[in-house]
Design a protein around this ligand. Structure first.
Ligand code: NAP
Length: 243
């Protein structure tokens, strides 16, 4: 079995661990101490230097911490490791991994389009975006994700990913936050469309502020989609009121 470490054992790190444990010797490190959670998930809690020596390293920290982390610790990374990130944007982490990781490391950007909420009944069939950056093991990675984890693998460049995600996440999470702030409610007389609107609010409106700001601010295309949306809202209002 290959050794794999999860760097950053927050929500997503802990969520994904059980899917990896049957296939790898899984180790984890995080800024905070999650040793008991790691033990209950059959994950070895380890020191950072040890975790960075594994054959596969999955970076599960917030993107805001990426640059400082890579700057401080890249020298300790196993030079033959496959380093994978899971961030919800792709251009920025890929650029930082290329900039700071040893030139001999393999680098793969990924974006699992699921989390504890959408994956609460399992992850089979869910979308998993893979951006090959610098790797000779693409076939193995895609085979593992599709055959072992049964994910629907979508191969994209980091730019293609961020352009689509500016709509899929940037626009949707923006609307969800506004719906949450308005506190739109459940009504007995609801329509299917209104149920969907409530779903948007309930699924996304409660995500952490850090995840929200990353989706909106770390994706260079998101601001244009938000601007377009706000212009169209104003156009509609003008048409309705004649002002
Ligand atoms: P989270 O629960 O807030 O966890 C964030 C992780 O980053 C924690 O391990 C935290 O460490 C670490 N971290 C944050 N700031 C840090 C700092 N200044 N120094 C050191 N460590 C720091 O967020 P998450 O949902 O797991 O998201 C982690 C990554 O997964 C993000 O890139 C996100 O885009 C991606 N992702 C999340 C989901 C999801 O549904 N949650 C889905 C797909 C992808 P400590 O907890 O040890 O302090």
């Amino acid at each position: 079995m290959q050794s794999l470490s999860i760097i950053g054992f927050g929500t997503f790190g802990q969520f994904i661990a059980p899917y990896l444990v049957p296939h790898f010797h899984v180790f984890a490190w995080s800024r905070s101490n999650y040793e008991s959670q790691a033990l209950s998930l059959h994950v070895h809690w380890s020191a950072l230097d040890e975790a960075l020596q594994k054959e596969i390293i999955i970076l599960c920290t917030n993107i805001s911490f990426f640059e400082d982390f890579l700057k401080a610790h890249s020298h300790a990374v196993n030079p033959h490791a496959i380093v994978v990130d899971v961030a919800s944007v792709k251009l920025k982490p890929v650029e930082l991994m290329l900039k700071y990781l040893p030139a001999t490391c393999e680098i793969v950007g990924t974006h699992p389009l699921f989390g504890p909420q959408s994956g609460k009944n399992g992850i089979e069939g869910l979308n998993f975006v893979v951006c090959p950056v610098r790797t000779s093991k693409m076939d193995c990675i895609v085979r593992f994700a599709s055959e072992q984890l049964k994910l629907n693998v979508l191969l994209r460049t980091a730019e293609e990913h961020d352009k689509e995600m500016a709509y899929v996440q940037g626009l949707t999470h923006f609307i969800a936050r506004a719906l949450s702030a308005m506190d739109v409610k459940e009504f007995e007389m609801k329509t299917r469309a209104y149920e969907r609107l409530l779903d948007v609010k309930n699924f996304l409106g409660g995500d952490s502020w850090e995840l929200f700001t990353s989706i909106e601010n770390d994706n260079p295309f998101a601001i244009h989609i938000r601007e377009q949306f706000k212009v169209e809202l104003q156009n509609l209002e003008q048409k309705l009121t004649g002002n």
